[in-house]
Design a protein around this ligand. Structure first.
Ligand SMILES: NC(=O)c1ccc[n+]([C@@H]2O[C@H](COP(=O)([O-])OP(=O)(O)OC[C@H]3O[C@@H](n4cnc5c(N)ncnc54)[C@H](OP(=O)(O)O)[C@@H]3O)[C@@H](O)[C@H]2O)c1
Length: 214
């Protein structure tokens, strides 16, 4: 089961929807368990009652999920993750977080830790942190008609965590997880999201990233 921390926003709901459609059990987390449960009900309505999608408070996720996925805004990372550090322990924690600004067009903002994913690793010191779904649009995730044809760039310092994140990403129809290397590449991956958003706005398309030659 994948626990999505801050899973009630567009990105968390979109990923919950796509993962549930792929048969993955999902637990949608929120600061308010009621909101998590309402989001889970929405996803079940879209996918069907035979899927396992539940809602809970963020603090319940480490005890119930096998892997975690973080989809809170960068500004919410410290208050959300610091209190969970002990419970999370050495779990695999996938980060979809990008610190972007949209003033004057999309651009990546600097992060003191190096990247949002490295900030997640700083706040959860024993966790095995990877990047996942950073460049995948919430609008596309939530649009049932959208057919994906793109890669999910996965970096991390723990080989098993990277492998398992690649497997999770590849479960979603049309997405392919690609292992890229160590966590220090996370900022480059996160920053590419600004480029993808800009390409889509410039050309009026629903493009995604694809690594060729693999
Ligand atoms: N939107 C996209 O297309 C997209 C694409 C790729 C990556 N991402 C990344 O995915 C993450 C989520 O994006 P989103 O658009 O879904 O974000 P969002 O709607 O702004 O936030 C997601 C959820 O996080 C919780 N949250 C909001 N502010 C918080 C705070 N200050 N402290 C703690 N929790 C807070 C809220 O859940 P509760 O109120 O229920 O707790 C909210 O529903 C971001 O880091 C973003 O960079 C987004």
């Amino acid at each position: 089961m994948i626990g999505i921390i801050g899973g009630t926003g567009p990105q968390g709901r979109g990923l919950a929807y796509r993962l549930a459609r792929a048969g993955v059990d999902v637990l949608i987390g929120s600061r308010d368990p009621e909101r998590g449960m309402a989001a889970a009900e929405e996803v079940r309505r879209l996918v069907g009652d035979d899927v396992s999608v539940q809602g809970a408070g963020n603090a319940d996720l480490p005890g119930r999920a096998d892997m975690l996925l973080v989809t809170v805004p960068y500004e919410g990372l410290a208050s959300t993750l610091r209190p969970l550090a002990e419970q999370v322990g050495d779990m695999i924690v996938m980060s979809a977080v990008n610190k972007l600004s949209f003033a004057g067009g999309p651009q990546a903002l600097p992060v003191e830790a190096g990247s949002s994913a490295e900030e997640v690793a700083r706040l959860l010191p024993a966790a095995r942190v990877t990047t996942a779904f950073n460049n995948v649009s919430a609008t596309h995730l939530r649009n049932a008609e959208h057919v994906f044809d793109e890669d999910v760039l996965v970096c991390g310092d723990d080989d098993d965590a990277v492998k398992r994140t690649v497997e999770v990403a590849s479960r979603v129809d049309g997405l392919r997880g690609v292992s890229c290397g160590p966590l220090r590449l996370a900022f480059t991956i996160e920053a590419m999201t600004a480029v993808v958003i800009s390409v889509n706005a410039t050309h009026g398309v629903t493009a995604g990233l694809r690594i060729t030659g693999l």
